[in-house]
Design a protein around this ligand. Structure first.
Ligand code: HIF
Length: 293
């Protein structure tokens, strides 16, 4: 990023401290803007970072978090991305304040910050993404379809390079946030604390009795006890499938194991398709959260 000062171009090389300042700005906006949804933009920021990354195709090397092409139609209009304008707009003033950061690095930093601020594990981060123009938009259909089951999950996440254990470890992120009828058509949160990351998603999957919700909307499960929680068909597939289920049981019992595996798989998800500079594999930064000493 070059800054013009008195006609002399000055190359500005951002350091960890500069990125921490961006982190802090996102964290304080999260704290301040608490009148959204269940009281936090955190979940929708996580979904933005994931949808930016989850378009990756390991065969062609296309898609992934490099590019931030969801700024443009047609990608912004893909059905799977409905509602993510809320997250992009939330981050726009941060981009204005720190114009040297790329949108693609900012969106991923937004996901990292949201996970940490919602009391999840620290997600090590490295910058290096550059923004692409509209020609970098990925074709529709690369993100998962919630009405499907295990074969679909393996096909979609396999294309990104993830195995069964990693699919289950990632899925715990559905402890966060909710479904909106005006976005996906589905309705409701997965857990009782949708703005705090815990292993509750796995515990509820196993401990609750789930039944089809009786309504006009798309097929989804509701818990028999309170009828206030939901599971998508793709969520329920994790306990129906013999290979997935043992991982659900492990994470339901052990929040530390979930956090460790979640950290590792999210870190990889967020780096898909990024041509990082050689030798930076072990040079990731861990940001201070706002509740750290
Ligand atoms: Fe989601 N996801 N996701 N998801 N997702 C929704 C919302 C969130 C799938 C479908 C949906 C992951 C995997 C899958 C989050 C994070 C992650 C919604 C509701 C749907 C339908 C959208 C809306 O109506 O607002 C499917 C089919 C997935 C494959 C298994 C990841 C693992 C769990 C990769 C992941 O990290 C988050 C956070 C939300 C909540 C967004 C919100 O606005 O609250």
């Amino acid at each position: 990023y070059t800054q013009q000062s008195g006609g002399v171009p000055k190359v500005f090389k951002a350091t960890q401290k500069d990125y921490q300042a961006v982190y802090n700005e996102i964290a304080s906006r999260l704290e301040e803007k608490d009148d959204y949804d269940d009281g936090s933009f955190g979940p929708v920021l996580v979904r933005l970072a994931w949808h930016a990354s989850g378009t990756y195709d390991k065969e062609t090397g296309t898609g992934g978090s490099n590019g931030a092409t969801m700024r443009f139609a047609p990608e912004s209009d893909h059905g799977a991305n409905a509602g993510l304008k809320n997250a992009r707009d939330f981050l726009e003033p941060v981009k204005q304040k720190f114009p040297w950061i790329t949108y693609s690095d900012l969106w991923i930093l937004g996901g990292v910050c949201a996970i940490q601020e919602m009391l999840g594990p620290k997600i090590p981060y490295r910058p290096g993404r550059s923004d692409k123009d509209v020609s970098g938009c990925t074709p529709d259909g690369r993100l998962p379809d919630a009405s499907q089951a295990q074969d679909h999950l393996r096909a979609i996440f396999g294309r990104m390079g993830f195995n069964d254990q990693e699919i289950v470890a990632l899925s715990g992120a559905h402890a966060l946030g909710r479904c909106h009828t005006d976005r996906s058509g589905y309705s409701g949160p997965w857990t009782f604390s949708p703005t705090v990351l815990t292993n509750d998603y796995y515990r509820l999957l196993l401990d609750e009795k789930w039944q089809w919700k009786k309504w006009d909307g798309p097929k989804q499960y509701e818990d028999k006890t309170t009828k206030s929680l939901m599971m998508l068909p793709t969520d329920y597939a994790l306990i129906q499938d013999k290979q997935f289920r043992p991982w659900v049981e492990k994470y339901a019992k052990d929040n530390d194991l979930f956090f460790e595996d979640f950290k590792n798989v999210v870190l990889r998800l967020f780096e898909l398709g990024v041509p990082f500079a050689e030798g930076t594999e072990n040079q990731r930064w861990v940001f201070k959260s706002s509740n750290d000493e």
